[in-house]
Ligand binder design. Structure first.
Ligand SMILES: Cc1cc2nc3c(=O)[nH]c(=O)nc-3n(C[C@H](O)[C@H](O)[C@H](O)COP(=O)(O)OP(=O)(O)OC[C@H]3O[C@@H](n4cnc5c(N)ncnc54)[C@H](O)[C@@H]3O)c2cc1C
Length: 458
């Protein structure tokens, strides 16, 4: 890559090309998850689909790999020496109330779409955090807060506008380049940069949801009751439980500082009175805090209250078979109140329901047999003392739940610890993985899009 090539690229962009040494290089290369540090050759802050096309053609010409990152919530491998495309400036958003659809640019985050759709009495199938990027989530499959009721968010995708490794801008849908339409919904950035998506919206304005908070001393009783209770719930109820430790530092709010809490998260689509009846066995455990209520969909991110400030998150996940009493015993034996564990959470999210069914719009998201998703996020700065403790804790929890581990992963919930090709394979059923490799060989034979959870060509 030489200076003239970069000047030529800059001249073509509505957005900016940011180079090492530029004042905004550090902010341009830094996303939410600070545990992955990128040192790209150039950052392209795109504002138009044409900027993405120019950036891809530039990478082809300069023979550089391409990384795609919007918010950094799903950071995978360092984008060192790469053309790092950030589609953050692609902020188109159109809601069509008559067809109940939204057309969304790749720079948007779910909170923005939720707010805009609500003005029309509609809602997208978002995940737990308002700050997660729309395309990173959709291309990973998208496990919604209302997952058991409506299935994966990738199934709401009608079409995607995608810039592939040959620099072409394509619209993929069930009737146009159906193979790519199937692959991109699950294979993240392996097939190109999505610049816009058209998705279905649902007529949901309110839900019965929130969280119950219990003192960690009661972890075993709450976890046992929760697992039993979850088994009896209708598909309209999606829930999760988290064992969470907060450090004793002044930055923490008084009600959580230095505490071990167990929170149960509730999202019920139905009459509030029915929701109230369903959660009665959890309320009977007398939570210390009860934030479960009839709420507008616009407050859905209050259910999980995910951290929105950048953090050096160390995330490990697993897809689990159905849990039983022995699983509760084994988890409590390594993560119960008598253990000093690092800051962060161990979450079990209830799956099943619509997530287990064959989708109307098949995608590369497989692994539909799992009944719970394990998600552990624990912050630890690079090269800090706490890093080792976090690794050991996460390994212990994974080992304790190993008998229930399906061995599969959800592609959108793999993070920087799972970037080895063998880990990536676990994101897809064997036949789907082979089909993805075949398509990758057709659409990106040089593997330009390799700085991700990579599916290499033959
Ligand atoms: C706090 C938190 C809460 C979460 N909650 C949920 C949840 O409830 N449900 C769920 O399913 N997931 C959840 N996730 C996972 C999240 O959906 C993925 O990490 C997702 O990839 C993040 O997308 P992003 O664009 O915000 O992140 P980024 O780090 O910007 O992108 C992650 C990856 O997505 C791909 N990508 C991003 N933009 C594009 C694009 N325009 N075109 C092609 N590929 C692209 C790239 O491969 C990129 O490396 C959560 C993650 C965090 C950190």
């Amino acid at each position: 890559m030489n200076r003239n090539q970069v000047l030529e690229l800059s001249a073509q962009l509505s957005g900016r090309a940011v180079l090492p040494g530029d004042d905004d290089y550090d902010s341009a290369r830094t996303g939410w998850n600070l545990s992955v540090e990128h040192h790209p050759a150039v950052v392209v802050a795109a504002e138009e689909p044409a900027d993405v096309v120019a950036a891809v053609l530039f990478a082809v010409e300069a023979d550089l790999p391409i990384a795609v990152e919007a918010t950094g919530h799903g950071a995978s491998v360092p984008a060192d020496g790469a053309v790092y495309i950030n589609p953050g400036g692609l902020n188109e958003l159109m809601i069509d109330a008559r067809s109940r659809t939204a057309r969304i640019g790749a720079g948007l985050r779910w909170g923005q779409v939720v707010q805009a759709a609500a003005e029309h009495g509609l809602a997208p199938l978002c995940g737990s955090s308002a700050h997660v990027g729309v395309m990173g989530y959709l291309t990973g499959g998208g496990l919604p807060v209302l997952g058991r009721t409506f299935g994966f968010a990738a199934e709401t995708v009608r079409s995607l506008d995608l810039v592939t490794a040959d620099g072409q801008l394509r619209t993929v849908s069930p009737s146009s380049e159906a193979d790519l339409y199937w692959a991109v919904r699950g294979a993240r950035s392996n097939f190109g940069v999505v610049v816009a998506a058209e998705i279905d919206l649902l007529p949901i304005l309110r839900l019965y949801g929130g969280h119950f908070s219990f003192d960690g001393q009661h972890a075993e009783q709450v976890l046992r009751t929760y697992v039993d209770w979850a088994h009896q719930q209708p598909e309209e109820m999606t829930s999760s439980i988290i064992l969470v430790r907060f450090p004793d530092i002044p930055q923490m709010a008084d009600d959580v500082r230095g505490r071990f809490l167990v929170n149960v998260r509730i999202a019920y689509v139905g009459a509030p009175a029915d929701g109230e009846r369903l959660v009665a066995p959890l309320r009977a455990l007398r939570p210390e805090q009860d934030h479960v209520r009839d709420m507008p969909y616009t407050e859905i991110s209050e259910i999980y209250r995910d951290p929105f400030r950048p953090t050096p998150a160390r995330v490990r996940t697993a897809l689990l078979h159905d849990l039983d009493d022995k699983a509760v015993d084994d988890l409590i034996a390594v993560a119960g109140p008598e253990h000093e564990l690092p800051f962060g959470g161990i979450e079990l999210r209830h799956l099943g329901g619509a997530l287990s069914r064959k989708p109307a719009r098949p995608s590369a998201v497989g692994a539909r047999e799992a009944q719970f998703h394990l998600f552990m996020s624990m912050p630890a700065p690079i090269a800090s003392n706490s890093l080792d403790m976090v690794h050991r804790t996460q390994e212990k929890v994974l080992a304790s739940l190993h008998p229930w581990d399906t061995g599969s992963q959800l592609p959108g919930l793999m993070f920087n610890h799972e970037t080895h090709p063998e880990d990536v394979r676990r994101g897809y059923p064997e036949a789907d993985y082979r089909r993805l490799v075949q398509l990758k060989t057709t659409y990106d034979p040089r593997n330009l899009f390799r700085l991700n959870h990579n599916i290499p060509p033959w």
